[in-house]
Each structure stands twice: as C-alpha cells, then as structure tokens.
Design a protein around this ligand. Structure first.
Ligand code: GTP
Ligand code: MG
Length: 487
C-alpha cells in the first residue's frame, strides 16, 4: 500500500497539472486513557450534538436542540428567549424509545414528568438516541467510537470548515491492549487521566504510562514527522486531567495544578520520553476548562503541516460514496460492514472516477480513518471495510473478551483456527479475510509449518496472538532468536 505521503505527493502533482483539487482542512482527534476517567464525557462536552433538521419539544417547534454531556439545551425559535436546560443528570430514570413518526420519548419515572422530542431527520434521531442511551445507562465505550464534527472557521473572505474525525477509545482492558494498532499521525491526541484519583492508581497519573509509551513508540516512526504546537508538525498532544470539579478546593488551585504537572514531567523523564505536549485540566460536569481546551485543539490542528493540502475532487466523490454506504449500514440497508471490491468499479464508473484513482482514494481514506482498505495485498485488497469501528467493536472485541481469551486462546498465546467460527459466527471466506486483516494490524500471525503449524486446511492451522503471549519468554527463546536472525 502507498504511504500517505506518496498519495499526497501524487495528489499535488495532479492538482498542479490539472489545476484542480479541493483544499482539505481535516484532522483526527484521538482520545485515549484508562477506563472511566471521563473520555467520552469530555468528547460530549467538547463536541455537543446539535440538531440541524426540524425539531419539536413537547409539541412546540424550536430553533434547535443541543445535547452537551448531560444537559439537553432547547434553543427557541425566538432568539430573544433564553435557552431552556433540561438537566438529565438530575433525573433518576429515563425511558428512551423511538416511535412511528420519529418521536423520542423521555420520561422522569418518579414524578411522571415527560418530554417528547420530535426530530424530522432520521440520522439525527439515531445519533441523539444513541447519546441519550449512553447517558441514561452510563454506558461504557465499546472498541472505538468514531464521529465526524465540522467546525466553521470564519476567515477574511469566507468561512472554511475544519473537519474533525473524533476517535473515542474504550478504556477497558480487553480493548485497551489493541488500541495502539489504530494510532497514526495527522492527529491531535488527548491523553486523559482523572485528577482526583491517587497518582499511583491506574486512573491517576501512573495510568498515563501505557499511552505515553505507546505514543512515543508510534510517533518515533520516521513518517510521523515532528510534533509540536508550531507549524510543520504532524500531531500535537494534550495531557488532560478530568474531574476538576471534584478537586478540593474545587477546580485547581495554582499550586496543586503545578504539582500535578510536575508529576507528569517526572513520569515522562523516568520513561525517557521526550514528546512535546501541553497539560490542561477540565471538568465535564462544570465545563471548567472545556472551551479553552477546544480552542487549543483547533489552534494546534490549524498549525499542522498538512492543513489545506489539495486532493483531486474525485477523491471527495469516493469519500461521499463510502459515507453514503456507511449510512446505509447504520440504517441496515447494507447488512455487513465489509464490502467486496467487485462492487466498486461500477460505483466508480457512475461517478466518472477511474478504478485506479478510486483505489488510491480508498487508500487515502484509510489513512484518514474513514474506512479500512489495504490495496495491493491479497485477499485484503478485495474488500473495503466501510466502518472502521467494525474492526474494534465486532472483530477484536469478540476475540479479546476475557471469557473468549480464556476459552479459546492457550496460555502460550496460541489461537487454533478451528474456534474462529464460534467466535465470529461467520463463513469461511469472511473468517479468512478477518484473519488477514488482523495479521496486517499485527494482532496475530499464522504459524508456519516449521513453527508447529500445518498447511492442511485453514481451520487446522493456528495463529499466535501477540497481546496474549506469556510475560516470560520460553527457555528456548535465546536459541530461537539466534536461529531467526541467521535466516
Ligand atoms: N463529576 C464529574 N464526573 C465526571 C467527569 N467526567 C466524567 N464523569 C463521570 O465519570 C464516569 C465515567 O465517564 P466516561 O466519560 O464514561 O468515562 P470513559 O473514560 O469514557 O470510560 P470508558 O469508555 O469505559 O473507558 C461517568 O459516570 C461520568 O458521568 C467530570 O469531569 N466530573
Ligand atoms: Mg468512554
């Protein structure tokens, strides 16, 4: 597969010769950290849900509604009237459901109070319902939750749009181990911990170790470029302390803030990590520091080297195609997340895009985190995974569920292929495709005959799962290592 840089160089060439192309202002906001430290809450505060279609609240037409963490804010059509806030955090129990005609029904069970929301747009309704369910059930994130956020940026002449792809990583251990496969440059990283947790606990400062180490390994790769808040960087990092409302005294006093920042500096020095970063503290509950963090995220992203790069307009057509198909998956018009590429040439033709350009566009969309596509590698090049969360939420999470690991993966980290049907409940070709995909993400590697594998039939073979390898190397490790190097 071509690297992003090669594809961008190609695009620049095309842009120059054909004097066309679209300038893109986009980046990923990648939110990582230990479980329940407040990552999703922060995302919900930074990027509230805002309705665009027609909305009625309790049978009254309103301007728009906003869901910001646990506040449902009703903006009235009459701008002079102050917005009303329905505080979801104060309500003990809710029922959310969708009825014919697009009604979302919220009920405060104790008092019997109820609110009826009517949103005309089906996609918006699904999005709002998902967020409400998460809030009312205090749901944990599964795999990686992706969402797109467009931020209008007024310039001297017009308003350009900064496109953010927000990737909210689950903090639970069973997902945690595999997340680093999804790290890539062209990102603003928010590495989150809980200010009120004891520093030596997993939710506290020490819990940052795993992610800071992961980032330092991945960002050291040559194609990641430098990372600071100045121009020319490909990434920026914010270390974010949450729950600032719970600090004693509330929010950070200058002194305690400096102490926590010092502790993080010491941690980085102990780990010999020299990553550029900025430290901030926030509260999703009181909104403390949230607006300022959002401003800093936008400012740093705007300074990244790749902002405003041009791509052929046909790439945008391919992106729209992928987005449209992804919506159809959500609406269950397409039953699977991965689509055979045989399907695409016709769709490319309909959009007057050559197959070669279409594949190049898919590779670039892969790097932007819009889909998963490995061109040039069989059998992967035959498929496009339209929804990248499918890999973390359905493929990896089923494999790495604690019960599945115990039942199917040996203490030596060996996974017999015969159990894959039970794990994923799919047909042979799909399973082969998923295993190739995982191998490409370095999650597992098939054993060769020499290593005790067999070539007889895929389901008789075995793979080694890297994150399930035992902590201590086997006694024969040194000789095996030498043997491997002598090849
Ligand atoms: N008081 C207070 N509570 C918060 C804050 N941020 C999050 N919470 C609460 O902490 C709990 C966990 O928050 P989440 O945002 O779900 O945490 P997470 O890191 O996304 O958790 P995982 O998805 O499981 O990794 C929820 O009950 C939130 O309401 C905050 O700044 N202040
Ligand atoms: Mg979460």
């Amino acid at each position: 597969m071509k690297s992003t840089n090669e594809i961008i160089l190609y695009c620049l060439k095309i842009g120059k010769t054909q004097n066309q192309g679209v300038a893109l202002f986009r980046t990923k906001v990648v939110v990582v950290g230990y479980e329940t430290v407040g990552k999703t809450s922060l995302v919900e505060r930074l990027f509230p849900f805002k309705s665009k279609g027609i909305v009625e609240v309790d049978h009254v037409r309103v301007g728009f509604i906003e869901l910001s963490w646990r506040e449902l804010i009703v903006h009235w059509e009459n701008h002079e009237k102050h917005p009303s806030i329905i505080n979801l955090a104060d309500i003990e129990s809710w029922e959310c459901g969708e009825k014919a005609g697009g009604v979302i029904f919220l009920r405060q069970l104790k008092s019997g109070n109820q609110h009826l929301l009517l949103l005309s747009d089906r996609e918006e309704r699904a999005l709002l319902l998902a967020r409400l369910k998460r809030i009312t059930g205090d749901e944990r994130t599964v795999g990686i939750a992706f969402q797109r956020v467009d931020i209008p940026m007024p310039t001297e002449h017009d308003t350009r749009i900064l496109q953010l792809r927000v990737c909210d990583f689950a903090g639970q251990y069973s997902y945690y181990n595999n997340h680093h496969y999804f790290l890539s440059a062209r990102s603003v990283f928010l590495v989150v911990y809980k200010t009120t947790a004891p520093p030596s606990s997993s939710q506290g400062v020490d819990g940052l170790k795993f992610w800071l180490k992961s980032l330092s390994v991945h960002l050291a790769k040559p194609n990641f470029g430098g990372g600071d808040s100045g121009s020319g960087s490909l990434y920026s990092i914010f270390i974010v302390g949450t729950h600032a409302d719970k600090l004693e005294p509330p929010h950070s006093t200058e002194m305690s803030f400096l102490e926590r920042r010092k502790r993080i500096e010491t941690l980085l020095a102990e780990l010999h990590i020299a990553l550029p970063y900025e430290y901030v503290e926030v509260s999703s509950s009181s909104r403390y520091g949230v607006t300022e963090l959002k401003r800093k995220i936008i400012l740093s992203a705007e300074g990244h080297a790749y902002m405003g790069e041009r791509v052929p307009s046909s790439y945008i057509d391919v992106e729209q195609l992928v987005t449209q198909m992804r919506t159809e998956i959500a609406l269950e018009k397409i039953p699977v997340a991965e689509v055979n590429l045989d399907f695409f040439p016709r769709l490319f033709r309909e959009r007057a895009v050559s197959v070669e350009d279409g594949k190049r566009a898919l590779s670039l969309l892969h790097d932007w985190g819009e889909c998963i596509y490995f061109g040039g590698l069989e059998p992967l090049s035959n498929y496009v995974v339209l929804d990248p969360s499918f890999l973390s939420q359905q493929v990896m999470s089923r494999l790495f569920q604690p019960l599945a690991v115990k039942k199917y993966i040996t203490a030596e980290g060996i996974l017999p292929h015969s159990v894959l049907g039970d794990i994923w409940g799919r047909k042979e070709n799909d399973i082969k495709f998923l295993m190739s995909l995982l191998e490409n993400f370095e999650v597992c590697f098939e054993l060769s005959e020499k290593d005790g594998g067999t070539q007889e039939g895929f389901f008789n073979r075995r793979s080694v799962v890297t994150s399930c390898l035992p902590g201590a190397p086997p006694p024969s490790f040194a000789s095996l290592w030498e043997e491997a190097w002598s090849w």
